[in-house]
Design a protein. Structure first.
Length: 199
């Protein structure tokens, strides 16, 4: 089992690190051989049915080349450009998944996070939480969060999934991304998606 992996795209990197029974991750600016952490996931405890961030116990890095539609595992514990980080896990009776990949070839420093939770009971709070490590403000124009570090500005913004957009809030330097919309009957699958980049 791998304890640490890194996904890099342009100026951005996501570092995955095993903590207790799950993988936490940190988003960082990498420039001139220096790394500046921007935000890190707020993790729960093994006994939490509804942790502040998805409980992810398994991690695999895959590469998706331009010419091949079939992913294959990377031989090393680090990926760039067309690499994709795939994570799955469980908390309580719910199953979680997270995919992290470059948002598009046209955006040199942009990563997309696609989260899903398969519910088997009425949920408590669902979402992803991050401890902000640099100055951050809510942008009323884009509805995203602006992060400033070393003269660079990045924007974390949510995207529409299944006709619904997640909610974003900052409380005491903790950023919360919560799916919106009516869940309806369970079992059900809830998704939310967000990206960070220098748009």
């Amino acid at each position: 089992m791998v304890d640490m992996l890194t996904l890099r795209r342009g100026l951005l990197a996501v570092n995955f690190e095993k903590r207790l029974d799950r993988y936490a991750h940190r988003i960082a600016l990498v420039c001139d051989s220096e790394t500046t952490p921007l935000a890190e996931s707020v993790e729960g405890w093994p006994e939490d049915d509804w942790p502040p961030s998805p409980a992810l116990q398994q991690l695999q890095m895959e590469e998706r080349p331009r010419q091949s539609p079939h992913p294959h595992p990377l031989p090393k514990g680090e990926g760039e450009d067309h690499a994709v980080a795939l994570l799955v896990g469980m908390a309580g009776h719910s199953h979680w998944s997270l995919g992290v990949e470059p948002a598009s070839e046209s955006e040199s420093s942009c990563l997309q996070f696609d989260v899903a939770c398969r519910l088997r009971s009425t949920p408590g709070e669902l979402g992803s939480s991050y401890r902000l490590l640099v100055p951050a403000t809510l942008d009323p124009v884009s509805g995203g969060v602006l992060l400033d570090a070393r003269g660079c500005r990045f924007c974390l913004r949510v995207e529409i999934v299944d006709s619904a957009m997640a909610r974003v809030e900052i409380v005491e330097s903790v950023l919360s991304i919560r799916p919106s919309g009516n869940i309806g009957k369970v079992p059900a699958t809830v998704r939310w998606r967000y990206s960070i980049g220098n748009f």
